[in-house]
Ligand binder design. Sequence first.
Ligand code: PLP
Length: 368
Amino acid sequence: MTETQLSDLPLRDELHGQQPYGAPQLSVRAMLNVNETTYDVPAEVVDAIAREVRTAAQSLNRYPDREFTALRRKLAAYLTSESGAEIAAEQIWAGNGSNEVMQHILQAFAGPGRTVMSFPPTYSMYPLYARGVYSEYIAGTRSEDFAQDPDDVAAQIRAHRPHVVILCSPNNPTGTALSLDVVAAAYDAAQDSQTMVVVDEAYGEFRQPGTLSALTMLEGRPRLVVTRTMSKAFALAGGRIGYLAAAPAVTDALRLVRLPYHLSAVTQAAATAALDHAESLMANVERIKQQRDRLVTELTAMGLRPYPSDANFVLFGGLPDAHRAWQHLLDDGILIREVAIEGHLRVTAGTEAETTDFLNSLRTHLNG
Ligand SMILES: *Cc1c(COP(=O)(O)O)cnc(C)c1O
């Protein structure tokens, strides 16, 4: 019997010839390509998660709390202490990664015949989310240094009148943080078209001192949404927990599109346990930020061009042949990220030892 090929199936037209998301998953010495925390989950957090999951397991014959009440309360308390903004449990929504949360947003506010806009180079998933909900994707522009200017962002939103606009701050893959006047200008420009404005703060905890979270702007802005994740700063990428804060009416909209009981009891248990240990998990965030700043300093000293970063990674240019540099690093057991920007690579800030290994290997390559 001959195997059925994908092209034999009655696939949706717009999916023909498309590629799935596929950052390489290789097991090498230093995995610095998808911005995970490279520190292991601390033993006390592992124990707490195991205890909570064990308790949850006793009731797995029942559906989980559809409203993830305990988790929402803890996420609200965490965001309040992290951002200084007063965030209530009714403002919180969560899903299996902020990827799912973003899908919920687009299912509720975009969809067929509607448009989704973001500003490349940015997170490569945004056009894919749009495609998945049958929306048209609009690629805005940003300046040469990847910064965004309030007037320019406002003008682009007024010109395109998208249904949803996604700002990414700090931006992946460039590390660029947005000042809040950009978010304010985007929101004001979106008033006329009633555009939902989403700020993806997946890397929010890594922001430089003095940079404020868009969470501080939610008050009085019912179409503003701020998404966060436990995948990066919380060292819980494998747990698949993302969340957002917005006006309570927004979370009511998302209830209309989520699948029933989308957040498993095991996920809720793991997330609440990790949140109880937010403080010790954040100790590693400080160490990672030091390595991030060290990467910028040392890459500059090597004659390369790193961009300022508010995230846990650094984008750098100035490479004569980025793919060759990437391959040299991989041959040394160091996996970083190739990006769609000519002559550039992106590296995650790992432990001090990983950062040293990366810098040494790259130095050897450049001198070789
Ligand atoms: C890593 C990342 C996320 C997180 O996705 P999860 O589904 O929460 O793991 C979201 N947005 C951006 C820009 C990211 O880089």
